[in-house]
Structure formats: structure tokens, C-alpha cells
Write a protein that binds this ligand. Structure first.
Ligand SMILES: NC(=O)c1ccc[n+]([C@@H]2O[C@H](COP(=O)([O-])OP(=O)(O)OC[C@H]3O[C@@H](n4cnc5c(N)ncnc54)[C@H](O)[C@@H]3O)[C@@H](O)[C@H]2O)c1
Length: 329
């Protein structure tokens, strides 16, 4: 990725105080971009002002809700790039409160795109999609041509959000790229509970000296992306001349069962235990089983490769949360 590309660029990040958005914002500030972070700081989600500690002078923050069409109409103006990351991310919450998920992950996405079409059609947009839209895989590894059959409301809504983005590319020529993220982890992720990802709460329990709970037999396979690698992929998508209109999976060369992941974490922590517990029924109903992404397309077309392996990424994550636990617990 050509780092100079971002010097002086005007960049808007929705969800910019969240885990991935803030990491992206910090990196963009280092690259010399002029960045505005838009975030509603809804308490149950991952937004956290501490995520931009040390960068307060270099990142502008606008506390706004993407559901507010009038704010978004105004905010998209004058920007070169929009990284569209604001989202309701809890699969379980999407089942108990489907309408909030619909409002944020679908309706707001449409109004953000409308704001771009009307007020800034030259903007480049990168949308953070998710592997959840594939549902329970028909085959592994899952490539971008795999059928989409999500297992929960969140997956359906994120799929619709992605398709609106792609539609605005084909119909209106908006330069849009969709990245289908797999489990992303690292410093600044939400660890308060298992609402978004089990890995967050595992890190927290381990640091607190509590046993990690692995659901089921722990045999489910997952692949994980370290947040800096995800940020790099986003930067590549917005800067690469041929990424417009494309969908890319992110993934990892390593896949791991959840029980092995728990063992690895205990080893890296130097202490701790894990135990298998029955899968909670509400989770089991929407579980996708094993998932491994095929990320050959982004590797071959944009040259993206994960750089941080799981062991190193988990080590950095444990170190970060041990140091800053008061801001995340
Ligand atoms: N973390 C992952 O493993 C993962 C996997 C697949 C996809 N994604 C996608 O990546 C994006 C970022 O995820 P994250 O892990 O950083 O989550 P996060 O919860 O840390 O960040 C999302 C941010 O969006 C903000 N937000 C939510 N609703 C908003 C609204 N209505 N208006 C303004 N801001 C709002 C939240 O306050 C939060 O700061 C999401 O769109 C998510 O669907 C993440």
C-alpha cells in the first residue's frame, strides 16, 4: 500500500470510536490524513473514547448517530473517503431486538448511500461486511462465490447493507468496495461481555483469573484476523484503482479449533484454565459451525497478506488489556 496516498486526504469513519474504526483512524492520522470519526457511543456497543488516547489532537470526533439522516447528509460532504464501519454487531441482540439492527445495519446504510449520491458522488466508500452473511458454510474454505444464507437477523441485515452498497456502485457509479471480515481481534476490542465475540470475554476472564468457557465440544474451527491486518486491507481497498465494485473476503492462513484457541491463550497468559460447557440454546440456534475463509482474491488482486500471526496477535492483545483494563472492563 502506498502510504503517501493518504497524506492530506479527507477521511470520514463511521463507527470511528469502535474497535476497528479507532485503529484505522489512528493509522490514518499517522499517514497524514485529515480524519473525522463519527460515532454515537451507544453504551452497549464497542465505542470508547479511550480508543483514541494519545491521538485526541489529530482526530476530530463528531458524536452523531448514523440513523440521523440530516447529520449524515451534512457529514459526507467534502470527504475523499468514507470507511463505513458503524454497526450493531451482536448476533444475539439482533434476535432479541431485530428492529434496532434493521435500523442501523440497513436503513441507515441506505441513507448514508443516499447522502453520498446526492452530496458527494465522487467519494470512495469501503463497507465493513462480515462472513456471517454466508451462514453455515456449504464447503470450506469459503470463497466469495459461496451462496449467502445467513443464520440470524444480523447476517441478513449486513447482507442487505452490503448489497445496497454494491447497487449504488452499479447503478450510480459510486466507488464502493465491500470487505467481508472474519473474526477480528486485538487491542481496543470490546471485552465487556460475549455480546460481540466470545474472544473478548475470554481475554477478560483470563486476565481476571477466571476460567474460560468453551461452548460445546470446542471443535468448531475459526480463522482470526488481527486488527492491524484488517486496517491494512481497508487502506488498500480505498487506495487501489481497481478495487471499486469488488467484494473481498479477509481470512488467515491459520485456522484453529476453539478448544485449541483456549489452550493457546492459557499458555500465552502463563496461567489460567478453560472448561467445556453446553452450548447455550439461543446461541446454538444461530451458530454457523466451522468457518474458514478463502482470501485468495484480495491476496492476488491487491496483494494483501495477514502479517501478524495468531500467537503474536493474542500476545499483544493480552498485554494491551492487562495494561488498560480500567478503560475496558
Ligand atoms: N470485529 C469483528 O470481528 C467483525 C467481524 C465482521 C464484521 N465486522 C464489522 O466491522 C464493523 C466495525 O466493527 P467493530 O468490531 O469495530 O465493532 P465496534 O462495536 O467496536 O464498533 C462499531 C462502532 O459503531 C458505533 N455505532 C453503532 N451504531 C451506531 C450508530 N447508529 N451511529 C453511529 N455510530 C454507531 C459504535 O458506537 C461502535 O463504536 C462493523 O460494521 C461490523 O459489522 C466486525
Amino acid at each position: 500500500m502506498d502510504g503517501n496516498f493518504y497524506t492530506g486526504r479527507r477521511v470520514l469513519i463511521t463507527g470511528g470510536l469502535g474497535f476497528i474504526g479507532s485503529t484505522l483512524g489512528r493509522r490514518l492520522a499517522d499517514l497524514g490524513a485529515q480524519v473525522i470519526l463519527v460515532d454515537s457511543l451507544i453504551p452497549e456497543y464497542g465505542g470508547n473514547l479511550f480508543n483514541i488516547a494519545g491521538y485526541e489532537d489529530r482526530l476530530r470526533v463528531n458524536i452523531a448517530d448514523v440513523r440521523d439522516e440530516f447529520s449524515m447528509d451534512y457529514l459526507v460532504r467534502g470527504h475523499d473517503i468514507l470507511f463505513n464501519l458503524a454497526g450493531q454487531n451482536s448476533h444475539l441482540d439482533s434476535m432479541t431486538d431485530p428492529y434496532t439492527d434493521l435500523e442501523i445495519n440497513v436503513r441507515s446504510q441506505l441513507s448514508i448511500l443516499e447522502a453520498c449520491r446526492k452530496h458527494n458522488p465522487a467519494i470512495t466508500v469501503v463497507y465493513s461486511s462480515t462472513r456471517q452473511i454466508y451462514g453455515k458454510p456449504d464447503y470450506l474454505p469459503v470463497d466469495e462465490n459461496h451462496p449467502l444464507h445467513p443464520t440470524d437477523v444480523n447476517g441478513i441485515n449486513k447482507m442487505a447493507g452490503e448489497w445496497y452498497h454494491l447497487l449504488y456502485h452499479t447503478v450510480y457509479g459510486l466507488r464502493v468496495t465491500s470487505l467481508r471480515l472474519t473474526n477480528t481481534y486485538g487491542p481496543r476490542m470490546r471485552v465487556r461481555d460475549a455480546r460481540q465475540t466470545f474472544l473478548g470475554v475470554w481475554l477478560r476472564r483470563l486476565i481476571d483469573g477466571e476460567s474460560i468457557e468453551v461452548w460445546g465440544e470446542g471443535t468448531q474451527l475459526r480463522d482470526f484476523s488481527y486488527v492491524d491486518d484488517v486496517v491494512e486491507a481497508m487502506l488498500m481497498c480505498a487506495s487501489h484503482p481497481s478495487a471499486g465494485g469488488c467484494i473481498y473476503n479477509l481470512g488467515s492462513p491459520e485456522s484453529i479449533s476453539l478448544a485449541d484457541l483456549a489452550r493457546l491463550l492459557v499458555e500465552l497468559n502463563g496461567d489460567g484454565t478453560y472448561r467445556l460447557v453446553p452450548f447455550p440454546a439461543d446461541r446454538k440456534r444461530i451458530d454457523i459451525g466451522d468457518y474458514i475463509a478463502n482470501y485468495a482474491r484480495i491476496r492476488d488482486e491487491l496483494g494483501w497478506q495477514p502479517r501478524i500471526d495468531l500467537r503474536e496477535g493474542l500476545r499483544r492483545s493480552l498485554e494491551y488489556f492487562r495494561m488498560h483494563r480500567q478503560h475496558y472492563w
